[in-house]
Design a binder for this molecule. Structure first.
Ligand code: THU
Length: 130
């Protein structure tokens, strides 16, 4: 898990968050074992910004990854930075319910681990449309 957390930590330092000043880094391990990082990218037209988790998913898809095996998120400050509602659904598209999502502190210390099912119970996903 340390490589995943290190990737989230370094992604966080690339965040473009001039408005909120709330830097977020995310990293995920795909089904091939490859790690993909992402940061939040804000915009002067505020709603157009997007989250670190979304960036990490985009990086996975662009490199040919198909699914999320494990994920780590690092926000700013002492409170847990859990993925927002929209990101939970985006993660759901590529992850099984038992996939672990680790919330860490800025220094990389593990604070808490949730499964996707815990973060997004009774979720709607691709199987619903199959
Ligand atoms: N943000 C993330 O990137 N991921 C989260 O899990 C929570 C929030 C970003 C969005 C925005 O750029 C900033 O943090 C403040 O909401």
């Amino acid at each position: 898990m340390n490589d995943l957390i290190a990737a989230a930590k370094s992604a966080r330092l690339k965040a473009y968050a001039p408005y909120s000043k709330f830097l977020v880094g995310a990293a995920l391990r795909d089904e091939r074992g490859q790690i993909h990082g992402g940061c939040n990218i804000e915009n002067a037209a505020y709603p157009q910004g997007w989250c670190a988790e979304t960036s990490a998913i985009a990086a996975m898809i662009m490199s040919g990854g198909k699914s999320i095996a494990e994920m780590a998120v690092i926000g700013t400050g002492d409170l847990l930075c859990t993925p927002c509602g929209g990101c939970r659904q985006k993660i759901r598209e590529f992850a099984k319910g038992n996939v672990k999502i680790h919330m860490c502190g800025e220094d990389g210390n593990l604070k808490q681990t949730f499964t996707l099912d815990e973060l997004l119970p009774a979720s709607f996903g691709p199987e619903n449309l199959a």
